[in-house]
Each structure stands twice: as structure tokens, then as C-alpha cells.
Ligand binder design. Structure first.
Ligand code: ZN
Length: 258
């Protein structure tokens, strides 16, 4: 299986053209003509993930966040990104990412979140002009929950130790908006979608002053997104059932809670 064939399968679900203009999804390093022995998946490409690939004989790393994101002016061992790029080239690795294009398909990052909570009647928080893709989702729970019941459900679904929440609503919750990753900029869209609760990550202090009847829940960037690795794995195995792909053991949250 050539790297290019694997990329083609992924892009048939999450086309690179739909990524945000500031994004850099796609191939970061490597030759698409290279034969891939096995692949590992991680939210981020880290030195640990690269070492794991080398130790386990995987020569393709597929991530959600692109390894090369901002402009790089020098590739040297002085920075983490520099060391990773040098190692990837030296060891003949292919490093590829699906970032905002994977956010924007309905089966992507937010879709996986919705599935974990069993939300129904999904629509995009911020649809693209085509209406076929978009950012964030809003949907309804099959049965309304008290807020403390929802908190337990969310903690279990996303394996979250701690949730940061704005004002605690009294009414039962049925309509929920979601956006994996850093969703602060879509809080207005979540509010106007009629959602009672907006679940996302990376919310800063001032966003917690929410209107009555609207609550923001910050479950963490990593926690909200890591489920997408199962989606990517499923896409590959559906088309290539015998392909050796697995989620990296070193796919870890860089944030630790004490
Ligand atoms: Zn992210």
C-alpha cells in the first residue's frame, strides 16, 4: 500500500479543499510513492510518537494537528519541530494530517462527540456555503437530562476528570451544541442555535459570563478531539480491512491535571 493510496482513502471522506484558509492539513513530510508497512495515529506529532513509530516499524504517522503549521524558517535540532522534521526525513517517514477538513465533515471531530452523547437531529453550527460541510454541530438528546446528570454523562463519554462550566442551569437539558478543539469563537453561533449547553475546549475566563439559559462547558481540547482517531482508523479499515493501523500508545494529552 503506497502512502498516496492511504491519503486518497482519507481525502475521499475529508477533502483537503474544505480546510480553513489558515490551516495546513495534508502532507507535512515524505514521499507519497513510498510503500507503507504500517501507520500510527495521534492527535499531535511529537518526538515520543516518532520514536514509537520507529520502534514499532510504522513508517507513516497520521495526525489531527499538522506538524508544520506556521512558517518554518530553519530546520535544526534547536527546536522540537526541527528535530522531528530531521528525524522524519532521515528515517523515511511519511507524516500527514487531517485538521480542519476533518472538523468540517459531519462524521468528523464534532460528529464523533455527538455520537458519544447520542445526539440526534444534527445540524452544523456554522455551515459552509455549500451546506454540506461546516464547523460545530447542534443536536438534541433523546431524553432530557438534569444538568448534573449531563455532567456525569459527559465525564464518562469523554473520559474527563474535570469540567469547567459557566452558570449551572436549573432547567432540564435537551439541546446541545458541540465543537471539538478550541471552540470559543463559535460560542455566539452556539447561543443563537438555541442550544442550552455548548461543549467545547480552550475557553478563556471572559467567555464564562454566559447569558441565562445558556451554559458553556469546557471539557478540554484533547478530550474533545481525541475520539477522531477512532474515526480515522475506521475510515481506513473500512476500505482496507487488513491494513496495520493503530492509535499510538504515545497519543497523550500534553495537559496534566492535579
Ligand atoms: Zn485541535
Amino acid at each position: 500500500m503506497k502512502a498516496g493510496d492511504i491519503i486518497e482513502v482519507l481525502e475521499s471522506v475529508a477533502p483537503p479543499e474544505i480546510q480553513e484558509s489558515w490551516d495546513n492539513s495534508g502532507l507535512s513530510v515524505g514521499d507519497t510513492g513510498m510503500e507503507v508497512k504500517s501507520a500510527i495515529l495521534a492527535l499531535d506529532c511529537t518526538e515520543d510518537v516518532i520514536y514509537e513509530a520507529l520502534e514499532t516499524g510504522a513508517n507513516m504517522i497520521i495526525t489531527h494537528h499538522p506538524l508544520i503549521f506556521r512558517g518554518i524558517k530553519r530546520i535544526s535540532p534547536d527546536t522540537g519541530t526541527g528535530r522531528m522534521l530531521m528525524m522524519a526525513v532521515k528515517e523515511d517517514l511519511v507524516i500527514y494530517s487531517l485538521h480542519t477538513n476533518m472538523d468540517k465533515v459531519i462524521s468528523g471531530v464534532s460528529g464523533k462527540m455527538a455520537q458519544k452523547l447520542g445526539l440526534e437531529n444534527l445540524s452544523f453550527l456554522k455551515p459552509d456555503p455549500s451546506g454540506e460541510t461546516g464547523t460545530g454541530l447542534v443536536g438534541t438528546l433523546p431524553q432530557s437530562l438534569k444538568y448534573d446528570e449531563l455532567v456525569v454523562k459527559v465525564k464518562n463519554a469523554f473520559n474527563v476528570k474535570c469540567i469547567r462550566s459557566s452558570s449551572v442551569p436549573d432547567e432540564r437539558i435537551s439541546r446541545i451544541a458541540l465543537c471539538g478543539g478550541s471552540g470559543a469563537s463559535f460560542a455566539e453561533d452556539a447561543f443563537s442555535s438555541g442550544a442550552q449547553v455548548y461543549i467545547t475546549g480552550d475557553i478563556s475566563y471572559h467567555h464564562f459570563f454566559t447569558e441565562k439559559g445558556f451554559t458553556i462547558m469546557d471539557i478540554g481540547h484533547y478530550e474533545s478531539e481525541t475520539g477522531v482517531l477512532d474515526v480515522i482508523k475506521d475510515i481506513l479499515l473500512k476500505k482496507m480491512p487488513t491494513f496495520a493501523v493503530r492509535i499510538a500508545a504515545k497519543n497523550n494529552n500534553p495537559i496534566h491535571y492535579f
